[in-house]
Design a protein around this ligand. Structure first.
Ligand SMILES: Nc1ncnc2c1ncn2[C@@H]1O[C@H](COP(=O)(O)OP(=O)(O)O)[C@@H](O)[C@H]1O
Ligand SMILES: O=P(O)(O)OC[C@H]1O[C@](O)(COP(=O)(O)O)[C@@H](O)[C@@H]1O
Length: 305
């Protein structure tokens, strides 16, 4: 079973404007409210791939209820821990020129709620995969996800952590199943700017050396690289119109983890991950199975090293 942990879920309130005029009254052209947060996005994409998952994390108030009802409608097994304060609302402002995101802080998480989540992990079984990602509510320690790793590994389960900076480096020795920095995040890890693809591949290999089992480097509209100790593969993006790229990264990692869990074939998993990422970028909400299947045959992968 794949478990997703979203410590700080959100309602993503996506607003389309012609032109954002700060300091003035703006009228929206269209708006949509979506269940959000990185682990939740992964569970939603897995459901589109017809793969079951269990969504864990903390939700509260009317916003938390909205998320649970949306996930129930998608037949996702939600086992969230209830907290007293409301789950946050993240505002995504999109005008014809750019996307601006305003992400909330999130509710207080009690010690009891944390203990409940840890008890849930006691039921893990060998071969399960636990996906952890997204920001932490303000009162949780920065080490929150890292501290869960021993609880996961005690059951011979695998983990995936989608984070950045030192927090990512700190988990590599524990052998995450896959990591997916985007190329900007990868450059920041090494305090550098990449001049060419070979430098990206070399940096990715350093993360393999430090313990990551698979390294994906996403590059938005330029696709992604799958870096292995011996080879590197470039996956392109299919033709399409970008509508809303929020959640493209989560979709990519969901596609990889879901397919890898089934077939243990990293290249097949890479192909699905590329279709999922672009299918989300080409949709208002996250990708649907129909959109993923439409794009899959268009994904081309080339060995570049
Ligand atoms: N503009 C786009 N056009 C086509 N595909 C995209 C676009 N943006 C993202 N994707 C797909 O989604 C993947 C993840 O997007 P990216 O923006 O790199 O991740 P993140 O959101 O984590 O920064 C990309 O590697 C690509 O496959
Ligand atoms: O937990 P954070 O870092 O505030 O991010 C949460 C936001 O990221 C998302 O999960 C989307 O993430 P990506 O665009 O990186 O895939 C949104 O659904 C959510 O609003």
């Amino acid at each position: 079973m794949i478990y997703t942990i979203t410590a700080n879920p959100s309602i993503d309130y996506v607003i389309q404007l012609e032109k954002l005029n700060t300091g003035n009254v703006n009228r929206v052209q269209s708006d949509v409210k979506l269940p959000g947060g990185k682990g939740i996005n992964v569970s939603r994409i897995l459901a589109e791939l017809a793969l079951p998952s269990v969504a864990l994390g903390f939700v509260g108030g009317f916003t938390g209820q909205f998320i649970q009802s949306k996930l129930n409608n998608a037949s996702i097994d939600c086992r969230f821990t209830e907290v007293e304060e409301d789950t946050r609302i993240n505002v995504k402002l999109k005008d014809n020129a750019e996307e601006t995101e305003i992400n909330g802080q999130g509710p207080h998480i009690s010690a009891e709620a944390v203990a409940n989540l840890k008890q849930q992990l006691a039921k893990l079984e060998a071969g399960d995969i636990v996906f952890m990602s997204g920001s932490l509510p303000p009162n949780l320690p920065a080490s929150f996800y890292k501290d869960l790793i021993p609880l996961i590994q005690a059951h011979n389960a695998e983990f995936v952590i989608d984070t950045t900076g030192q927090a990512l480096l700190d988990t590599l020795a524990e052998k995450p199943l896959v990591i997916k920095p985007n190329h900007h995040e990868l450059a920041e890890l090494f305090d550098t700017h990449f001049a060419n693809q070979s430098e990206i591949i070399a940096a990715g290999r350093k993360l393999l050396d430090q313990g990551a089992q698979h390294v994906l480097v996403s590059m938005a509209g330029d696709g992604a690289l799958l870096i292995t100790p011996d080879h590197a593969y470039l996956g392109g993006t299919p033709k399409g119109t970008v509508i809303n790229s929020v959640g493209a990264g989560d979709s990519m990692i969901a596609g990889f983890v879901g397919t890898f869990a089934q077939h243990h074939d990293a290249l097949a998993a890479f192909k699905t991950s590329l279709a999922c990422g672009s299918a989300t970028a080409f949709s208002e909400d996250l990708a649907t199975s129909a959109k993923i299947n439409e794009l899959l045959p268009q994904i081309e992968i080339t060995q570049v090293d």
